[in-house]
Design a protein around this ligand. Structure first.
Ligand SMILES: [Zn+2]
Length: 351
């Protein structure tokens, strides 16, 4: 699929990390203005190469590269700029609905509180939305390996209904189960936030079961290792384990980001990624960027990759996009409007 065609199609993204999608030019300018001297390169091409995690092979190594992006996001102005540019870049890539997530605790190394960081993100992305019409929701992430998740959830809850739509657990999945964060999840849920938890990215089905069970997740970030609960013969899933069946039958949305999964070692290449298997078996899979900078992707490039690798038709991409919007946590009339008046006509015209 040509990038230009993919870019023209209206797209929705549910899983995109703000601190994983900075423009390299902005990183260099922000580092200079805040006196951060540890960027791996001060040249845009060199920095893009250094930030690209194609060879990292593990989630832990992949996550280490975030130290550079969060280092330059420690002031209101810097955060606002990054959030604004995130909205503009998604819009220019043809994204009409974006749920963007970040961990506010990572942005408190300077003078900011978590609330300051959330407000700066909302200001920046609201400005991009007013300029472009992009619809968005912010998801607040707590880190599994940290102990402040309840404070993060409390901060997120204050902005529920004001741009913050969801709560997430990100970070090191192995050894840090959602059971360690039940007060946070409960707080977020009772405040009215949607719950999406990273699971089944580095760890297997047990982790996904925890996220759905005691974690109460409505969506799963990645979830691709649910394939380990399936019997695969050739290019078909022939049998589902009980957890896989529940995920398929309840239409639990899996926020899949194939390139990121390849970079963190879940699959060796696109052809061996389980997206196609899961899609054909009826799982509710969406296409996501995860980290545009570290993985060197856009929604268009990721959609084109999925289409070309798994032979999806435009009609199938339309259905995936509709299901993606249906799985969003933002207000329904807005999402419904996008489905009926943006997505359906555009994909019908393209097919
Ligand atoms: Zn993620």
């Amino acid at each position: 699929m040509q990038g230009e065609i993919a870019r023209r199609l209206p797209k929705a993204v549910l899983h995109d990390h703000l601190d994983g999608g900075l423009r390299v030019e902005s990183m260099i300018e922000l580092a200079a203005s805040c006196g951060y001297n540890d960027l791996p390169s001060n040249d845009p091409t060199g920095l893009a190469d250094a930030m690209h995690q194609g060879q990292s092979g593990s989630l832990t190594r992949y996550l280490a590269s975030f130290s550079h992006t969060v280092a330059v996001m420690q002031t209101r102005e810097a955060i606002e700029r990054v959030a604004y540019e995130c909205g503009i870049d998604h819009h220019e890539d043809g994204v009409v609905y974006a749920e963007v997530r970040f961990g506010p605790s990572l942005l408190t190394e300077g003078d900011l509180t978590r609330e300051d960081a959330i407000e700066a993100v909302l200001t920046g992305i609201n400005r991009a939305s007013a300029k472009t019409g992009l619809q968005f929701g912010i998801i607040i992430s707590a880190l599994r390996q940290q102990t402040d998740s309840a404070d993060v959830a409390r901060a997120a809850a204050r902005y529920c209904g004001h741009g913050v739509v969801g709560f997430d657990l990100a970070g090191s999945e192995l050894g840090n189960p959602p059971e360690d964060h039940l007060p946070a999840i409960r707080l977020a849920r009772e405040a009215g936030l949607g719950i999406t938890l990273h699971a089944g990215e580095a760890a297997g089905p047990t982790s996904i079961a925890s996220a759905l069970g005691r974690g109460g997740a409505q969506r799963i970030g990645h979830g691709v290792r649910i394939i380990d609960d399936c019997v695969v013969e050739g290019d078909t899933i022939t049998e589902l384990g009980p957890l896989a069946a529940r995920i398929r039958d309840y239409r639990i949305p899996l926020e899949v980001a194939p390139t990121s999964n390849i970079h963190t070692g879940m699959a060796t290449d696109a052809a061996s990624h389980p997206f196609g298997l899961l899609h054909r078996a009826g799982f509710n899979v969406s296409i996501n960027t995860d980290n545009r900078l570290m993985s060197g992707v856009t929604m268009s490039s990721e959609m084109a990759l999925v289409k070309d690798t798994f032979g999806l038709s435009i009609a199938e991409l339309a259905a995936i996009t509709v299901h993606t919007l249906e799985a969003g946590f933002g207000d329904w009339p807005t999402r419904h409007q996008l489905i009926e008046h943006a997505v359906k006509p555009a994909y019908a015209a393209a097919s």
